[in-house]
Design a protein around this ligand. Structure first.
Ligand code: ZN
Length: 206
């Protein structure tokens, strides 16, 4: 059983103590994983850890590294009260917009992580997509955030570069996207470049 090496990490919200579970090795895909061009993935077994977690009890957002780690439970031993734990989810699109509006001083890395989740909220949640489709003010705020995210992502770091290229493609800056990925040979980079050549701005599955 290869699953025995995985565990649930229990994190406590630093503001109210509500507990959430995150998966120990989210970068390892299960066979059910659906990966998207923007790096978001849906995986019911090895689920994604949001870059900022939305607390449903106190409605604030907290970064996983700021959550107090309560326990690490091997998958086979998840029983009793632990089975009732909520999985960590990102804040809703409206709350992420609020995070960006009210946080006065944000470290660049944190700002980047909030803006990435805000980007994902419209690409991958019905609630975010609906706001985007029906609320012009929200739509402008989201597009502005995407431009700010582009500026925060470094072309020098490989993990950032791929996201930067994808943001540029979704903003319709196809030439910039292609240039950023010019020397990349992995399948995700090639797929993103191909869609940029076709002038396709929409997010797609890999
Ligand atoms: Zn809380």
């Amino acid at each position: 059983m290869q699953h025995t090496k995985f565990s649930w990490i229990v994190l406590e919200c630093p503001d109210c103590g509500e507990q959430y579970s995150v998966f120990s090795d989210p970068e390892i895909p299960s066979e059910k994983r659906m990966l998207y061009s923007d790096g978001f993935f849906w995986d019911p077994i090895h689920w994604r850890t949001p870059r900022i977690i939305g607390c449903v009890t106190c409605e604030s957002g907290f970064f996983p590294e700021k959550g107090k780690m309560i326990a690490s439970i091997p998958i086979g031993e998840v029983t009793g009260k632990w089975t009732k734990l909520k999985r960590a989810e990102p804040p809703k699109a409206g709350n992420l917009a609020l995070e960006l509006r009210i946080r006065k001083k944000i470290e660049p890395e944190n700002e980047k992580n909030i803006r990435i989740e805000f980007w994902y909220a419209v690409n991958h949640s019905d609630e975010g997509r609906q706001r985007f489709d029906t609320n012009e003010r929200f739509r402008n705020f989201w597009l502005e955030s995407l431009e700010k995210l582009e500026a925060l992502l470094s072309a020098e770091k490989s993990e950032d570069r791929l996201l930067k290229a994808e943001v540029n493609r979704q903003l319709g800056r196809f030439e910039d996207c292609i240039l950023l990925l010019a020397s990349e040979t992995d399948s995700r980079s090639l797929a993103i470049s191909r869609e940029a050549e076709k002038k396709n701005r929409t997010v797609f599955t890999l």
